[in-house]
Write a protein that binds this ligand. Structure first.
Ligand code: ZN
Ligand code: ZN
Length: 276
Protein backbone atom coordinates (compact mmCIF):
# COMPACT_ATOMS: atom_id res chain seq x y z
CA UNK A 1 0.00 0.00 0.00
CA UNK A 2 1.38 3.41 -0.90
CA UNK A 3 1.66 6.41 1.36
CA UNK A 4 -0.78 8.28 -0.87
CA UNK A 5 -3.47 5.78 0.03
CA UNK A 6 -2.70 5.79 3.74
CA UNK A 7 -2.19 9.55 3.78
CA UNK A 8 0.65 9.08 6.27
CA UNK A 9 2.96 11.68 4.76
CA UNK A 10 0.20 14.22 4.58
CA UNK A 11 -0.57 13.94 8.29
CA UNK A 12 3.12 14.01 9.21
CA UNK A 13 3.50 17.22 7.23
CA UNK A 14 0.52 18.75 9.00
CA UNK A 15 1.85 17.79 12.42
CA UNK A 16 5.31 19.18 11.68
CA UNK A 17 3.82 22.41 10.45
CA UNK A 18 1.60 22.73 13.52
CA UNK A 19 4.65 22.23 15.77
CA UNK A 20 6.57 24.88 13.92
CA UNK A 21 3.78 27.46 13.95
CA UNK A 22 3.10 26.72 17.60
CA UNK A 23 6.69 27.57 18.53
CA UNK A 24 6.54 30.79 16.50
CA UNK A 25 3.12 32.11 17.48
CA UNK A 26 2.36 31.70 21.16
CA UNK A 27 -1.15 33.16 20.74
CA UNK A 28 -2.11 30.08 18.71
CA UNK A 29 0.02 27.48 20.51
CA UNK A 30 -2.79 25.94 22.54
CA UNK A 31 -4.93 25.32 19.46
CA UNK A 32 -2.05 24.03 17.38
CA UNK A 33 -0.84 21.66 20.09
CA UNK A 34 -4.34 20.26 20.47
CA UNK A 35 -4.60 19.93 16.70
CA UNK A 36 -1.38 17.87 16.69
CA UNK A 37 -3.04 15.27 18.92
CA UNK A 38 -6.05 15.15 16.61
CA UNK A 39 -3.86 14.78 13.53
CA UNK A 40 -1.91 11.92 15.13
CA UNK A 41 -5.18 10.09 15.75
CA UNK A 42 -6.39 10.90 12.22
CA UNK A 43 -3.19 9.53 10.72
CA UNK A 44 -3.72 6.16 12.41
CA UNK A 45 -7.40 6.10 11.47
CA UNK A 46 -6.67 6.90 7.85
CA UNK A 47 -4.16 4.02 7.70
CA UNK A 48 -6.85 1.71 9.09
CA UNK A 49 -9.39 2.90 6.55
CA UNK A 50 -6.92 2.37 3.73
CA UNK A 51 -5.96 -1.10 5.00
CA UNK A 52 -9.56 -2.26 5.26
CA UNK A 53 -10.43 -0.87 1.85
CA UNK A 54 -7.43 -2.83 0.49
CA UNK A 55 -8.91 -6.01 1.97
CA UNK A 56 -12.17 -5.30 0.19
CA UNK A 57 -10.43 -4.41 -3.07
CA UNK A 58 -12.94 -6.34 -5.14
CA UNK A 59 -15.78 -4.16 -3.98
CA UNK A 60 -16.22 -1.06 -6.12
CA UNK A 61 -15.07 2.22 -4.55
CA UNK A 62 -17.74 4.82 -3.76
CA UNK A 63 -18.85 6.77 -6.82
CA UNK A 64 -20.21 9.65 -4.81
CA UNK A 65 -18.43 11.22 -1.87
CA UNK A 66 -21.60 11.27 0.23
CA UNK A 67 -22.42 7.59 -0.33
CA UNK A 68 -23.11 5.95 3.05
CA UNK A 69 -20.06 5.47 5.29
CA UNK A 70 -18.72 2.05 6.21
CA UNK A 71 -19.18 2.16 9.96
CA UNK A 72 -17.81 -1.35 10.46
CA UNK A 73 -14.39 0.17 9.79
CA UNK A 74 -14.90 3.37 11.74
CA UNK A 75 -16.86 2.51 14.87
CA UNK A 76 -14.22 0.32 16.55
CA UNK A 77 -12.03 3.47 16.67
CA UNK A 78 -14.63 5.89 17.98
CA UNK A 79 -14.06 5.27 21.67
CA UNK A 80 -10.31 5.67 21.26
CA UNK A 81 -10.97 8.93 19.50
CA UNK A 82 -13.23 10.22 22.27
CA UNK A 83 -10.66 9.36 24.90
CA UNK A 84 -7.94 11.18 22.91
CA UNK A 85 -10.16 14.26 22.94
CA UNK A 86 -10.98 13.82 26.61
CA UNK A 87 -7.27 13.72 27.43
CA UNK A 88 -6.15 16.73 25.42
CA UNK A 89 -9.07 19.12 24.89
CA UNK A 90 -10.15 22.04 27.02
CA UNK A 91 -12.46 20.91 29.87
CA UNK A 92 -15.81 21.72 28.21
CA UNK A 93 -15.00 19.85 25.01
CA UNK A 94 -13.37 17.02 26.98
CA UNK A 95 -16.57 16.72 28.97
CA UNK A 96 -18.64 16.59 25.77
CA UNK A 97 -16.42 13.76 24.49
CA UNK A 98 -16.86 11.94 27.79
CA UNK A 99 -20.66 12.33 27.63
CA UNK A 100 -20.70 10.94 24.12
CA UNK A 101 -18.62 7.94 25.19
CA UNK A 102 -21.39 7.04 27.66
CA UNK A 103 -24.09 6.94 24.99
CA UNK A 104 -25.12 3.66 23.35
CA UNK A 105 -23.43 3.01 20.03
CA UNK A 106 -26.59 3.43 17.92
CA UNK A 107 -26.69 7.01 19.12
CA UNK A 108 -23.09 7.57 17.92
CA UNK A 109 -24.03 5.92 14.63
CA UNK A 110 -26.98 8.27 14.18
CA UNK A 111 -24.93 11.38 14.88
CA UNK A 112 -22.04 10.31 12.61
CA UNK A 113 -24.40 9.44 9.77
CA UNK A 114 -26.30 12.70 10.11
CA UNK A 115 -23.07 14.66 10.09
CA UNK A 116 -21.81 12.77 7.04
CA UNK A 117 -24.93 13.62 5.11
CA UNK A 118 -25.09 17.34 5.92
CA UNK A 119 -21.55 18.44 6.82
CA UNK A 120 -20.44 21.70 5.31
CA UNK A 121 -23.95 22.42 4.05
CA UNK A 122 -26.21 22.86 7.09
CA UNK A 123 -23.77 22.74 10.00
CA UNK A 124 -25.55 25.40 12.02
CA UNK A 125 -28.19 22.88 13.06
CA UNK A 126 -25.66 20.87 15.06
CA UNK A 127 -24.17 22.04 18.39
CA UNK A 128 -20.52 23.17 18.26
CA UNK A 129 -19.10 20.25 20.27
CA UNK A 130 -21.16 17.57 18.55
CA UNK A 131 -20.07 19.03 15.25
CA UNK A 132 -16.43 19.10 16.24
CA UNK A 133 -16.46 15.46 17.35
CA UNK A 134 -18.08 14.18 14.17
CA UNK A 135 -15.98 16.42 11.97
CA UNK A 136 -12.60 15.53 13.47
CA UNK A 137 -13.44 11.82 13.49
CA UNK A 138 -14.83 11.64 9.94
CA UNK A 139 -12.34 13.96 8.25
CA UNK A 140 -9.86 11.15 7.42
CA UNK A 141 -12.66 9.12 5.84
CA UNK A 142 -13.85 12.11 3.77
CA UNK A 143 -10.30 12.83 2.64
CA UNK A 144 -9.70 9.16 1.80
CA UNK A 145 -12.80 9.09 -0.37
CA UNK A 146 -11.99 12.39 -1.99
CA UNK A 147 -8.59 10.98 -3.02
CA UNK A 148 -10.25 7.95 -4.64
CA UNK A 149 -12.87 9.70 -6.74
CA UNK A 150 -11.82 10.65 -10.27
CA UNK A 151 -11.89 14.41 -10.91
CA UNK A 152 -13.96 15.87 -13.73
CA UNK A 153 -12.83 18.96 -15.68
CA UNK A 154 -13.81 22.15 -13.87
CA UNK A 155 -15.64 25.37 -14.46
CA UNK A 156 -14.03 28.24 -12.58
CA UNK A 157 -16.91 29.63 -10.53
CA UNK A 158 -18.37 26.67 -8.69
CA UNK A 159 -19.03 28.00 -5.19
CA UNK A 160 -19.40 24.67 -3.39
CA UNK A 161 -17.16 21.61 -3.51
CA UNK A 162 -17.63 19.76 -6.81
CA UNK A 163 -17.21 16.41 -5.03
CA UNK A 164 -19.39 16.75 -1.94
CA UNK A 165 -21.33 20.02 -2.16
CA UNK A 166 -19.85 21.49 1.04
CA UNK A 167 -18.90 25.14 1.36
CA UNK A 168 -15.25 26.16 1.06
CA UNK A 169 -13.12 26.50 4.19
CA UNK A 170 -10.25 28.49 2.71
CA UNK A 171 -8.93 30.29 -0.31
CA UNK A 172 -5.48 29.16 -1.45
CA UNK A 173 -3.09 31.06 -3.71
CA UNK A 174 -0.52 28.82 -5.39
CA UNK A 175 2.41 30.19 -7.39
CA UNK A 176 1.82 30.31 -11.14
CA UNK A 177 3.92 32.41 -13.53
CA UNK A 178 4.50 35.83 -11.93
CA UNK A 179 1.46 35.68 -9.69
CA UNK A 180 -0.80 33.26 -7.90
CA UNK A 181 -3.55 30.93 -9.01
CA UNK A 182 -6.52 30.83 -6.65
CA UNK A 183 -8.36 27.75 -5.55
CA UNK A 184 -10.84 26.95 -2.80
CA UNK A 185 -10.36 24.19 -0.23
CA UNK A 186 -13.41 22.14 0.78
CA UNK A 187 -14.43 22.33 4.45
CA UNK A 188 -15.50 18.68 4.48
CA UNK A 189 -13.41 16.50 2.14
CA UNK A 190 -10.38 18.81 1.61
CA UNK A 191 -10.78 18.72 -2.18
CA UNK A 192 -9.28 21.81 -3.82
CA UNK A 193 -10.81 23.38 -6.90
CA UNK A 194 -9.77 26.31 -9.04
CA UNK A 195 -11.65 29.52 -8.57
CA UNK A 196 -11.46 32.99 -10.08
CA UNK A 197 -9.33 35.43 -8.15
CA UNK A 198 -11.68 38.39 -8.02
CA UNK A 199 -14.97 36.71 -7.20
CA UNK A 200 -16.82 36.26 -3.91
CA UNK A 201 -17.46 32.55 -3.34
CA UNK A 202 -20.54 33.35 -1.25
CA UNK A 203 -22.55 35.82 -3.35
CA UNK A 204 -20.65 36.06 -6.63
CA UNK A 205 -19.60 39.74 -6.25
CA UNK A 206 -16.97 40.61 -8.87
CA UNK A 207 -16.29 44.32 -8.28
CA UNK A 208 -12.73 44.59 -6.94
CA UNK A 209 -13.66 47.63 -4.80
CA UNK A 210 -16.20 45.52 -2.91
CA UNK A 211 -13.75 42.73 -2.11
CA UNK A 212 -11.29 44.12 0.50
CA UNK A 213 -8.27 42.09 1.55
CA UNK A 214 -6.67 42.41 5.00
CA UNK A 215 -3.25 41.08 5.97
CA UNK A 216 -1.94 40.95 9.55
CA UNK A 217 1.66 41.89 10.31
CA UNK A 218 2.47 38.71 12.28
CA UNK A 219 1.28 36.40 9.51
CA UNK A 220 1.96 38.05 6.15
CA UNK A 221 1.03 34.96 4.13
CA UNK A 222 -2.50 34.82 5.54
CA UNK A 223 -5.28 37.15 4.43
CA UNK A 224 -8.88 37.96 5.08
CA UNK A 225 -10.70 37.90 1.75
CA UNK A 226 -13.88 39.78 2.58
CA UNK A 227 -16.95 40.85 0.65
CA UNK A 228 -18.77 44.13 1.35
CA UNK A 229 -21.85 42.94 -0.49
CA UNK A 230 -22.68 39.80 1.52
CA UNK A 231 -20.43 40.54 4.55
CA UNK A 232 -18.88 37.08 4.55
CA UNK A 233 -15.15 36.42 4.51
CA UNK A 234 -12.84 33.57 3.68
CA UNK A 235 -9.35 33.17 5.10
CA UNK A 236 -6.79 32.98 2.31
CA UNK A 237 -3.43 31.22 2.50
CA UNK A 238 -0.89 32.73 0.12
CA UNK A 239 1.68 30.12 -0.87
CA UNK A 240 3.47 32.61 -3.09
CA UNK A 241 4.57 34.31 0.16
CA UNK A 242 5.27 31.17 2.20
CA UNK A 243 5.74 27.97 0.25
CA UNK A 244 5.95 25.91 3.46
CA UNK A 245 2.43 26.79 4.55
CA UNK A 246 -0.09 23.97 4.90
CA UNK A 247 -3.43 25.75 4.41
CA UNK A 248 -5.44 23.52 6.76
CA UNK A 249 -2.91 24.04 9.56
CA UNK A 250 -1.87 27.65 9.00
CA UNK A 251 -5.50 28.67 9.15
CA UNK A 252 -5.58 27.52 12.79
CA UNK A 253 -3.03 30.25 13.59
CA UNK A 254 -5.00 32.98 11.81
CA UNK A 255 -6.58 34.20 15.04
CA UNK A 256 -5.63 37.91 14.61
CA UNK A 257 -7.27 37.91 11.18
CA UNK A 258 -10.49 36.37 12.40
CA UNK A 259 -10.64 38.95 15.19
CA UNK A 260 -10.12 41.72 12.67
CA UNK A 261 -12.83 40.35 10.40
CA UNK A 262 -15.37 39.99 13.20
CA UNK A 263 -14.61 43.49 14.45
CA UNK A 264 -15.33 44.82 10.99
CA UNK A 265 -18.64 43.00 10.72
CA UNK A 266 -17.66 40.09 8.49
CA UNK A 267 -18.78 36.52 9.29
CA UNK A 268 -16.77 33.47 8.39
CA UNK A 269 -18.40 31.40 5.67
CA UNK A 270 -17.43 28.09 7.25
CA UNK A 271 -15.60 27.60 10.58
CA UNK A 272 -12.39 25.58 10.75
CA UNK A 273 -12.10 22.40 12.80
CA UNK A 274 -11.26 24.23 16.03
CA UNK A 275 -13.54 27.20 15.42
CA UNK A 276 -10.64 29.68 15.72
ZN1 ZN B 1 -15.72 18.41 -0.60
ZN1 ZN C 1 -20.11 38.22 -1.26
Amino acid sequence: MTNTQTGGNEYDTRMRRAGRLSSQHSFAAEFLDFYTHIAAFQKALRANIAASSGLKSRSTPAADLRDPIDLTVLLPHFRGFLSTIEQHAQPALGQAAHQMSLLPSDSSVASLEAYWEHAGKYDQQVGAFAQFLARAFLQPYAEFRSAQIPKAPMVMTVRVCPLCGARPLLGVLRPEGDGGKRSLLCSFCSEEWEFRRIHCPTCGEEAEGKLPVYVAEQLPHLRVEACDTCKFFLTGVDLTKDGHAIPLVDDLAAIPLTLWAHKHGYARLQPNLLGT
